[in-house]
Design a protein around this ligand. Structure first.
Ligand code: PEP
Ligand code: MG
Length: 608
């Protein structure tokens, strides 16, 4: 059985994406284009059918006004602006007359609308201009919304749930337009059919502190709205209609996890130093500026990765310099002079603006991250100017994503100089000489790391992408989740090589991918010689517990043995054996790893 095989008792196992146990009612959100039956209407019904179509448009606009107001409350006015575009499309004269023409040919309103939208979406997707292609997502939203009204289907938009509903959102995938509507006071956890631990829905859930299970494949078909359900974000379990015994057992586990969290809080002020005195620097990953203050109180010694895609993903327009400056400054000030590594836009792959950017057959191998920034110098320089200005308020370091060659670094540096000159011309204050580092996220970057050292100030290993590109395993594909193995010997060797090149050339090497926050893997990274880890703010105390509970010498022995393993599973067994002396068979060592349906047994597990 694979980890995602349905169980006979109804329990489902997906990927544990964000820890925490929630017992609550399902809020089912189905946001897919429904099937539309063919319906022929009589001549005398044509006018009333056209009127019905116009009523549906009016209802849809009303809904959009509500949705926009909700998004404004939960995410802010800039994010909510995406819904204005949809209202404009609903009023488009050409679209309306095309639908009317079909109705006049005796086709029912829903089929007429369906045919027109299918064609428009195809035309938009093929359009030469990226701005037009980006609108496909809006058309899809409209397609679903108007058809649902015409077909009298239940409204699956995230309705205004009362605060404190403690609802578990079950949906196919969390799209940007859904994310901006999410009411964190009503939704207590997320479960999705799609996604993996490193897909951005998972990362976002961890940032928001919402327990989440992803990659459940067909959860939306196996639960009903209002069902009571248990979600365990640590093991990846989803249990619909639980028995009293299951509820009692998970309530107990939830209380234990709660107590553990309180205990971990005691570590906030403690130094991250191993038993044999090796100092590890622990920094926080910040995905949204609103997280900055909490992350700063987690005991993190700065920010190892600030993702900036929140400024773009799910938005209809690129943010201006002022908006970016304010966002970066907020994070920099929260960390009061500690280093804040801000990554330039890593747009593309599964981090997309509204409607796609642009539509590509292989987005993960496509026009993304540094490639897009270098090709769009005005977008990139706007960001660089905002970063240079924000650096007046603290220790900002700039990091480039998805670099594969030193040329990209040199081009980026050239644009950085141009951005600085533009600020000079405007007479605006900024900080000179910001450190410029790179993410090591591709096998190419590791192999040519020695050619980068003279041009960069630091390396930060992005293991989410490094695993994806090394093993050729899509990080967001639920069907491949069990093959996404950061402990694969190829990945371990690439990390070791990066550390060696960094050490030989006096460059700091950190790890900011999700691997750093999984206890067993953090232990492996320390053993591989990594001395800086950057993890979600909430994971800082957990990783500190690992650091303080092990000796670097044991970690080095364990990592050497893991490097010699033939498979990821064997490496995992080796690491567990070495950690056993320190932590025994503690549950938290498994958190973030998939629950193996065959009893969670690993080769070699169970003691030294
Ligand atoms: C990574 O790839 O490991 C990383 C930290 O970047 P992201 O997850 O944003 O792609
Ligand atoms: Mg990455």
């Amino acid at each position: 059985m694979s980890p995602d095989t349905p169980r006979s008792d109804g329990k489902m196992i997906g990927m544990p994406a964000s820890p925490g146990i929630v017992i609550g009612p399902v809020h089912l959100l189905l946001w897919e284009v429904p099937d539309v039956p063919q319906r022929i209407i009589a001549d005398e019904k044509i006018e009333s059918e056209i009127a019905r179509f116009h009523d549906a448009l009016t209802t849809a606009k009303g809904r959009l006004a509500q949705v926009k107001a909700r998004a404004e409350r939960h995410a802010g006015p800039e994010e909510a602006a995406i819904f204005d575009v949809q209202v404009q499309i609903l009023s488009d004269g050409e679209l309306i007359s095309s639908v009317e023409k079909f109705i006049r040919r005796n086709i029912g309103a829903e089929k007429a609308f369906d045919l027109v939208l299918i064609e428009s979406r195809q035309n938009f997707a093929r359009h030469a201009q990226p701005m037009i292609r980006e609108r496909v997502g809006d058309l899809t939203d409209i397609h679903i919304r108007v058809l649902s009204i015409l077909l009298g289907l239940p409204d699956h938009d995230p309705v205004d749930l009362p605060k404190g509903s403690n609802a578990i959102l079950v949906t196919h995938d969390l799209t940007p337009s859904l994310t901006v509507q999410l009411d964190r006071d009503a939704i207590a956890a997320i479960a999705t059919d799609e996604g993996t631990r490193t897909s951005h829905v998972a990362i976002l859930a961890r940032s928001l502190g919402l327990p989440a299970v992803v990659g459940l494949r067909d959860a939306t078909r196996r639960v009903s709205g209002g069902d009571e359900i248990i979600l365990d974000g640590s093991s990846g379990a989803l249990i619909p209609r639980p028995t009293a015994v299951q509820i009692a057992s998970y309530t107990l586990r939830a209380a234990r996890e709660e107590a553990d969290t309180v205990e971990l809080q005691q570590l906030v002020g403690a130094e991250p130093v191993t038993l044999d005195g090796v100092r590890i620097t622990l920094r926080a990953n910040v995905d949204l500026p609103e997280e900055a203050e909490a992350a700063a109180h987690s005991g993190a010694e700065g920010v190892g990765l600030m993702r900036t895609e929140f400024l773009v993903v799910g938005r209809a327009a690129m943010p201006d310099e002022e908006e970016q400056y304010r966002a970066y400054r907020r994070v920099v000030e929260a960390f009061e002079g500690k280093p804040v590594v801000i990554r330039t836009f890593d747009v593309g792959g599964d981090k997309l603006p509204v409607g796609g950017f642009p539509h590509e057959a292989n987005p993960f191998l496509g026009w993304r991250a540094i490639r897009m920034c270098l090709d769009e110098p005005e977008i990139f320089k706007t960001q660089l100017r905002a970063l240079l200005r924000a650096a007046m308020h603290g220790d900002v370091r700039i990091m480039l994503p998805l670099v594969v060659s030193v040329e990209e670094v040199r081009q980026a540096r050239h644009l950085l100089e141009e951005a600085a000159a533009e600020l000079d011309d405007r007479g605006v204050d900024y900080r000179h000489g910001l450190p410029l580092g790179v993410m090591i996220e591709t096998p190419a970057a590791v192999i040519v790391a020695d050619t980068l050292v003279k041009d960069v100030a630091f390396f930060s290993i992005g293991t989410n992408d490094l695993v994806q590109y090394t093993l050729a395993v899509d990080r967001g594909n639920a069907n491949l989740a069990s093959r996404f193995t950061p402990l694969h010997p190829a990945v371990l060797r690439l990390i070791r090589r990066t550390v060696e090149v960094g050490n030989d050339n006096g460059l700091e090497v950190s790890v900011c991918g999700e691997m750093a926050s999984q206890p067993l893997m953090a232990f492996a990274l320390i053993g591989l010689g990594v001395r800086q880890l950057s993890v979600a703010g909430r994971s800082v105390p957990l990783v500190k517990r690992i650091v303080r509970g092990v000796s670097a010498e044991v970690a080095i022995d364990a990592a050497n043995a893991a490097l010699g393993a033939q498979t990821a599973r064997e490496a995992e067994g080796v690491l567990r054996r070495h950690l056993f002396t320190a932590f025994g068979d503690a549950q938290f060592l498994r958190d973030g790893l998939p629950e193996y349906v065959d009893g969670n047994t690993f080769e070699g597990f169970g003691g030294p």
